[in-house]
Design a protein around this ligand. Structure first.
Ligand code: ADP
Length: 487
């Protein structure tokens, strides 16, 4: 740990550090190199690309563009490190992982501010959700490192080797934690690539890992776009690929590793059904719908982007929903009162705008909150569509933005049929006063995660992952650990 880092005595790092919206104390370099074998090294091509603040359109920093030779260097470093890391006792590995978790808590504000600057999400979310959850993942998996034999009795757990990990831009730090923490606890080494629009918190994590004293080469973090990701996927000395991102790229990856010995987990798109029954606590349900679709600007693979309301309460729920949408504050992500921040990139804003057009052309009725949005930066008003039907593209396809498609239903059979009639199967939500209905639905909804009377709740102990085109394999909990072990 560098001498400049403040030492905090308790976990609530917020209370001692400067205000999150205060960016003076945040150190961001002008240019970032690749983190390979414990140090920052220049990319082979000498090329760098810019990362922007989507709320201001200003350039924040330049990051290295890794090519195949850089990937090869990172994989070689990880392979050498694997020899000793995998032989270290679980207790020793656990100590290193605990140290990463603690350092993350100490630097929590810095991570939160950078996450918000680079990705556009409200500071309140990065501060209260992303960063604490990321640290919790390291704490949780640190605890398993010396208990693998107990976790998987008589199954002789062994690490897989070098894991290539490719992550998206919606939860950059949290996804890095989901991937790195179980891999290390199981005794693997890692080459991780963050998304090209949000590389900065992963690079901050690289600095933290360097300061933590983790043995060189155990974690390598390299930056670049799709080509760099493909070079990781295709490297012959990688034993496991863990990918979170779009279904299209997931399919490509699956094809390109077919026939190899590489193990694969894919966490892909989603189009979750959030289902409200007439007996539900309606105000609470409306909060859940709002959170389900507008949290993180709807850039959430498990977002509740399809809403099903039982017909008898449809009018009242829609009225309450519109009223609540009016109170959402859209704008500066660095303002701690902001509810909906910036769309992650211009490309994503264009994609969302295109879907809004498609929805109107398909004949659905659009409603947007009357808020104003900043002139500069990439912003989208919270939007909902009424009178949609199963065949509409805005119902079938993942938009990954603050756009909700609403349908009504009469019977439980009808809503199960509609909820499942979709290529995806990642998550779903059920709102009802009746426990029996919850149990009935959770067994019939083809979704990896089903929330009841809540939504978007994450915890390191519970497995997360999908069915169908949402991918396969689970992250989180013991399932997430098993994905990094030969059993
Ligand atoms: P999105 O459409 O949400 O941007 P992507 O699936 O394109 O999601 O991106 C998720 C991650 O996958 C990013 O880190 C991106 O750079 C990476 N990626 C993109 N194309 C490929 C590819 N062909 N092979 C491996 N990784 C890729």
């Amino acid at each position: 740990m560098s001498k400049k880092e403040p030492k905090l005595k308790f976990n609530a790092a917020w209370e001692l550090a400067p205000a999150p919206e205060d960016t003076k104390h945040i150190s961001i370099k002008k240019q970032y190199d690749l983190f390979i074998n414990g140090e920052f090294v220049k990319p082979n091509s000498k090329k760098y690309f810019a990362t922007y603040n989507p709320a201001t359109e200003e350039k924040i920093a330049e990051v290295a563009d890794a090519d195949e030779r850089d990937v090869d260097k990172a994989v070689k470093a990880a392979r050498v490190a694997f020899n000793s890391w995998s032989k270290l006792s679980g207790a020793e590995r656990g100590k290193y992982i605990y140290r990463i978790a603690r350092l993350m808590q100490e630097r929590a504000r810095e991570f939160a501010v950078i996450e918000t600057m680079d990705g556009g999400k409200p500071i309140r979310e990065s501060r209260d959700i992303d960063v604490p959850l990321a640290a919790n993942h390291f704490f949780y998996y640190a605890g398993w490192a010396d208990k693998l034999e107990y976790a998987f009795p008589n199954r002789n757990p062994k690490p897989l080797g070098v894991a290539g990990q490719i992550i998206p831009w919606n939860f950059p730090l949290l996804m890095a934690a989901w991937k790195i923490a179980p891999a290390l606890a199981a005794g693997n080494t890692v080459v991780l690539k963050p998304a090209e629009t949000t590389p900065l918190t992963a690079l901050k994590l690289a600095e933290l890992i360097r300061d933590s004293g983790l043995p060189k080469g155990v974690v390598n973090i390299i930056t670049g776009a799709g080509k760099t990701g493909a070079a990781i996927v295709n490297h012959p000395d990688i034993n496991k690929i863990a990918f979170t991102g779009s279904t299209d790229v997931g399919k490509l990856i699956q094809k390109s590793i077919a026939g190899s010995n590489k193990k694969l987990t894919l966490e892909l798109g989603g189009k979750a059904a959030n289902i409200i029954f007439e007996d539900a606590p309606l105000d609470q349900a409306v909060e859940g719908i709002i959170n389900g679709i507008f949290f993180n600007q709807g850039h959430v693979c498990c977002a509740g982007s399809r809403l099903f309301i039982q017909e008898s309460v449809a009018d009242v729920v829609i009225r309450k929903l519109k009223d609540r949408m009016e109170t959402l504050r859209v704008g500066d992500p660095m303002d701690k009162n902001t509810d909906v921040g910036a769309i992650n990139s211009k490309e994503q804003l264009m994609k969302i705008s295109e879907y809004i057009k498609i929805g109107k052309n398909e004949g659905a009725e659009m409603y947007q909150s009357s808020c104003s949005i900043p002139k500069k930066g990439y912003f989208c008003k919270p939007t909902l569509f009424l009178n949609t039907s199963q065949s509409h593209r805005i119902v079938q396809e993942e938009i990954f933005g603050p756009v909700l498609a609403i349908q009504t239903f009469r019977t439980i059979e009808e809503v199960i049929e509609k909820a499942n009639n979709i290529p995806y199967g990642l998550s779903a939500g059920v709102w009802t006063d009746k426990g029996s209905k919850i149990f009935n639905l959770t067994t019939k909804l083809r979704a990896g995660v089903v929330w009841a009377n809540t939504y978007n709740k994450f915890d390191p102990t519970s497995p997360f992952g999908g069915y169908k085109e949402s991918g396969f394999g689970r992250e989180g909990g013991l399932h997430g650990l098993a994905a990094y072990l030969e059993l």
